[in-house]
Structures are given as structure tokens and as C-alpha cells.
Design a protein around this ligand. Sequence first.
Ligand code: C5P
Length: 399
Amino acid sequence: MLHGKRILLVIGGGIAAYKCLELIRRLRERGADVRCVMTASAKQFVTPLSVSALSGDRVYDDQFSLTDEHEMGHIQLSRSADLVVVAPATANLLARMAQGIADELATTVLLATDKDVMAAPAMNVRMWEHPATRANAETLRARGVRLVGPDDGDMACGEYGPGRMAEPDAIAAAIEAYFGAHAPLSGRRALVTSGPTHEAVDPVRYIANRSSGKQGHAIAAAIARLGARTTLVTGPTHEPDPAGVTVVRIESAREMLAACRAALPADIAVCAAAVSDWRPAAADAKIKKNGAPPSLALTENPDILKTLSEAGNARPRLVIGFAAETGDVVAKAGPKRAAKGCDWIVANDVSPGTGTFGGDDNTVHLLTAEGIEDWPRLTKAQVADRLAARIAAALGPAE
Ligand code: C5P
């Protein structure tokens, strides 16, 4: 499966472009996000409307569009993918890739990308066998471009031989194999907590907090994208379920702890939830408004992070906590790492005015045994990707 994998599909201008529509469907059926860039000549073979309808996204084709550069520039387009796939890779497109020519959005993206590139050549047999194309294919292969196909067979031009684009199923399988072999956390199991908890006062009322779950959900998605089997235990949020993640919904801290225990063993635990520190003694029936206002007697909730950190044989190898603090966050987070017994703490400022609670950005500091890293202000998705990459660097794939 390709759950949550982001694929940038560059569609070249050849008759095989029609097979791209099928490829987009196959990739999306497997759970991938597919964003498409079309060359000018690709649009002579299939319409952007068909491509957009199947990809569920707009098509990118204009290098000089002010709106596009504002919303999604060519650099960002080339980076916000896990793999770039070129299909059909025509003789002309292979030649431009080999020469590093950036004469339209598609080729500029291919030159700018920092991601691996897979290409499915498709052309007439003579063009494929021409020494120029052979040399271009060799140059690209030597640079790490993964070529899928071409197949032998009858061609649209009436000739027979190598040059037919690999079938969409075969390209999808090659993409799956790529991610299987390259997933930095493949074979690992991860547990992530997210969101607030709701602590019942009575059957209709509860105590909660302002956590949106955005950061925790993004972390679960990012870890799963790197290949870990991920369970997300979440309190009530408005966030959609991340792709490829097992989601367990709970309300209270005690339910969260039980769900976390059930998700063990795990190699990685990231406790991003804003767990309520206390709970009231919940009344069985709605508390009536007569007489003096009731006072709430609070009992301490279990500390999930501490429990996981002290779980003996069941302790995940890497336990990561969050420290949401107001003011002087790093000074407050240091002692917390020791007190909780976790390996890393991600400290962030949730003072009013920072916009962290519920917002899309976060400024965090990573505290490890080696020291403190101050990360720049990033989106929560970027914090998640960076943390997942750090986790992968620390653990790597399972043997
Ligand atoms: O003690 P404090 O709430 O500041 O610690 C924050 C960290 O501890 C977060 O990682 C949070 O998910 C975790 N935590 C927990 N269970 C609690 C309280 C906090 O897992 N009851």
C-alpha cells in the first residue's frame, strides 16, 4: 500500500499519456496522494481536466503563473513529494532531463527536486534504440533515476519492439517496491498520542483544554510515511484521521492509558497529547442547578508519558514527550525530561499570542541527552517531518 505517500507525477507528451489516467487511479486506490505536472505536449494527448478529475487536485503546468508561484512555487512543488515519477518519459523528456534543461515547469521541477526520480520511458522502438536515447537513459540511470520498462510489444505507431510504456500496475508495483525498500522506519512500530482529553464532570459536562491535535496527528502521519506501523491514540479533535495510521479514539486520560498499553509493544512512543492532569469525581447523573454551586474535587490522572517511560521490558526504545509551557520553556522542559524518564522532550511555548494552540505553526526546542536544539518557526507538518526524520536517524529500520 502507499498510504500517505506523496507522489509528484510528471506527465510527458506521448500517446502513452492516456495510461497515466489509469496510473493515477491505481496510485490513489493504494492510498497515495498524487499531484500532477503536465508538459505542454502532454496536454495535446490528455486534458488537464481528466488528470485533475482523477488526481483530485489541480494540475500544475505554468512555470510563470503568478498565482502558482505564490501558492506553490516550482521549488516547493519539487520538494513536497516523497517520490517523483515521470510517465510517460518520452525521448525528448529523457533528453531534457539528461541535459538539465529547465524550459518549462515540468523540466524545472525535475531539475530542482531533491527527491528520487522514477521514469517510465515510452517511445517508438527506433527512438528508444537510437544511440542518443541510449546515452541519455544511461546518464540518467547512472545519476540514480530508476527506469521502469519500457516493455516489448505492439506500439501505437504500428511497429513492434521495446518502447511501450510499462503497464500502470507494473509502475504502481515498482513504486510500492521503492517505498518498501526505502522506508527508513520499515518494520518499526510507533505509538502517538494526540489531542486533549475530556474528563467527565457528569454525563453532560466535562473538563478539557485547548489542544487541537494538529501537531500529534501530523507526527503520526509523518512517522507512518516513513514506514512505521503507527497507532494514534487520540482525544476528541476535529482533525481527519491520518492516512495509513490505526486510529484509536478515547475521551479520558484513563482510557488513553489503557489504549496506549494495548498498542504495545512499540519501538517509538510520542506523547503529544495534552492530557488533563486532573479529573473530577464524575457524578452518575446530571448535577442539578439548585442551591450553592458545586465544588469539584480533583484527583490526579495517570501520567501516560511517565508510565510508558517506566514500562520496563515493555518500554519503547525511544520515548518522546512534549512540554507545552508558557514563558521560559526550555528551562522548564529540562527537569521534565528527567522527571518523566523520557528520552527526548519537544518543548514549545503555548502562551496566548503565540498561536500555537489550534494554529498551523510551531516553534519548538528539542531536548535530548546530547543537548538542546532550537528549531526555527515551522508549520506543524514541517515539525512533524523533521521529528520523524530525527527518529529515523536515531533508530533506523528494524533488522
Ligand atoms: O507534566 P506535563 O503535562 O507538562 O507533561 C507533558 C508531557 O507529558 C506531554 O508529553 C504529555 O503528553 C505527557 N502527559 C501524559 N500524561 C499526563 C500528563 C502529561 O502523558 N497525565
